[in-house]
Write a protein that binds this ligand. Structure first.
Ligand SMILES: Cc1cc2nc3c(=O)[nH]c(=O)nc-3n(C[C@H](O)[C@H](O)[C@H](O)COP(=O)(O)OP(=O)(O)OC[C@H]3O[C@@H](n4cnc5c(N)ncnc54)[C@H](O)[C@@H]3O)c2cc1C
Length: 273
């Protein structure tokens, strides 16, 4: 690969509700100077920070550096809806999942592996149930169509032996305090996170072992002998191995060019929440 210039950087879109009610408890460090590392991770979302955690465990003697363009928790990893689901929630076809039974089971196994990884981090970094809540998930239904979809979903869950429980209108009233819902379908394996807290907790927990530099976008990536050199505004990192955790920005790094469509989604949080 020749020199690569990163032309587009993530745009900052203001403070999310999750960030507003989360407290940051570690200092912001920005890359200042030219450093060498064994590993460079680009991107401080779920992918980048999880890779850093795994590497720190597997290669405790290695120097791991992570460069984040903005600030941890300001990107999608800190401003999403917070569902870590084990069972896929594609109900559109009235079936359990778009894939067959084997693929669905494999997908559930992958999701559970990721949830177990996150649960281990949450325990190690003493995250509270407010941050990481293994609450399970309810698919609430407010219409007859929703009730039919839930019934189909339940049938598919039964086929592959997945635990689930139907809730009626009075159960839903008891749980939500509202008589809006006709019913629901509960599955126990999902975790609800406060995403800004979780991702900040992960970064804070890793900070003693991993050099995390924020406001340090990678602007250029070049091959320097047997290593890579990533250039930021006020410094550079040279490392033989680079892990890209930049989500859709990966096409700016030369991968999946012309094959990605960037989608921006927004969630809103009501005042009582
Ligand atoms: C409103 C909303 C709701 C969502 N709800 C859910 C949900 O409930 N459950 C779920 O599983 N998923 C949900 N998602 C999706 C989820 O947030 C993403 O899939 C997840 O954040 C992807 O993690 P990631 O680490 O791959 O990428 P990101 O979280 O996008 O992290 C990539 C990081 O790379 C950094 N970066 C990019 N370019 C550079 C560069 N040149 N130099 C340095 N750093 C760079 C970015 O600043 C960013 O912080 C939701 C997303 C949104 C927006």
């Amino acid at each position: 690969m020749s020199d690569l210039v990163v032309k587009r950087l993530p745009a900052e879109s203001g403070i999310s509700g999750w960030e507003a009610i989360s407290r940051r408890c570690f200092p912001v460090r920005t890359l200042d100077g030219d450093i060498k590392a064994d590993w460079l991770i680009i991107g401080g979302g779920f992918a980048g920070l999880s890779a850093a955690r795994r590497l720190a465990k597997l290669r405790p003697g290695d120097r791991i550096v992570l460069l984040e363009a903005g600030e941890v928790a300001k990107g999608p990893a800190g401003r999403n809806s917070g569902y870590m689901i084990d069972t896929p929630h594609n109900l559109s076809s009235g079936e359990y999942s778009v894939a067959g039974e084997a693929e669905t089971k494999a997908e559930i196994a992958e999701n559970r592996f990721a949830i177990a990884f996150a649960a281990e981090a949450a325990a190690e970094y003493a995250m509270s149930a407010r941050t990481f809540d293994p609450s399970g998930k309810i698919n609430a239904a407010a219409t007859e169509r929703g009730m039919t979809l839930n019934a189909n979903y339940g049938r598919s869950l039964k086929t592959i032996g997945e635990e689930h429980r139907f809730l009626d209108a009075s159960d839903m009233r008891e749980i939500t305090g509202s008589s809006y819902y006709l019913g629901g379908l509960y599955t126990p394996g999902a975790v609800m996170i406060q995403p800004a807290d979780y991702i900040r907790g992960l970064a804070a927990g890793l900070a003693p072992k991993v050099d995390i530099f924020e406001h340090s976008p990678v602007l250029k990536l070049t091959r320097a002998g047997r290593a890579w050199k990533a250039v930021s505004r006020t410094g550079s990192v040279t490392a033989p191995k680079v892990i890209l955790g930049v989500n859709g920005h990966i096409d700016d790094f030369g991968y999946f060019r012309g094959r990605l469509m960037h989608i921006f989604t927004y969630a809103s949080m009501t005042a009582p929440f």
